[in-house]
Design a protein around this ligand. Structure first.
Ligand code: 5RP
Length: 225
């Protein structure tokens, strides 16, 4: 079994009857979603909120009842993947383009569990390009601002066109190589008009489930206890 599958399936052990569950996006989160589907088939009773159209489609195919984010007061547990996470539980998400909905769902979740393979647990984040979701109305100006600051921006593309997120925005990937001041970087990005959100997730994760060889390592963010 792959490290992604080990991590994804392990996290499902934290889900109990009656919960509202956030379903993440990406190949690792999909393993969790499939396992939840299996448990529903065996009698588990939950409702779920999806973080992307792709995840909603997978969940529906597995008979997982999907509800709108606005129909729930809170989400009990969200299981999501990540592209990189460091020892302070700061991470980069959005490799799969779902960062905006993922951030919204995480923000109203009482417990956020991230599932990753061992290669994503790093000392310093930033090797993975940082996604910034921007409005198509003003994207070129934001791109130029990044370029002028030497942040090596790249418009994300799909089939030669600009990649469109589920909410109809573009993504600019910043090839920074290392991000030391993540809080400052997050505040700066948040303040740029036309930036919808970015892939820096700070102080979000409660529990990190890392697929490690043939087993899993579970790490609890002590600051969230
Ligand atoms: O943030 C994400 C999607 O926006 C994903 O969780 C992240 O890209 C990890 O994906 P994978 O599990 O396929 O490696």
């Amino acid at each position: 079994m792959s490290e992604k599958q080990l991590a994804g399936e392990k996290a499902v052990e934290f889900i109990q009857d009656g919960m509202i569950v956030g379903l993440g996006t990406g190949s690792t989160a999909d393993f969790a979603t499939r396992k939840i589907g299996e448990r529903i088939h065996n009698g588990l009773n939950i409702k779920a909120v999806a973080t992307s159209t792709a995840t909603a489609q997978l969940a529906t195919a597995l008979n997982i009842p999907i509800v709108d984010l606005n129909e729930v007061d809170k989400i009990d547990v969200t299981i999501d993947g990540a592209d990189e996470v460091d020892v302070t539980y700061t991470g980069i998400k959005g490799g799969g383009g779902a960062l905006f909905f993922e951030k919204m769902v995480a923000s109203i979740s009482q417990k956020n569990i991230w599932v990753v393979d061992a290669s994503k647990y790093v000392e310093q984040i930033g090797k993975f390009p940082l996604p910034v979701e921007v409005s198509p109305f003003v994207y070129a100006h934001i791109y130029n601002q990044f370029q002028d600051k030497g942040m090596k921006p790249q418009m994300r593309k799909q089939q030669k066109k600009y990649y469109l997120t589920d909410s109809g925005n573009y993504i600019i990937d910043l090839h920074l190589n290392t991000i030391k001041e993540s809080k400052e970087m997050a505040s700066w990005l948040n303040a740029i008009p036309g930036v919808i959100t970015h892939g820096l997730f700070i102080n979000t994760v409660d529990l990190l489930v890392i697929g490690n060889g043939s087993t899993t390592r579970i790490m609890e963010n002590q600051r969230h206890k």
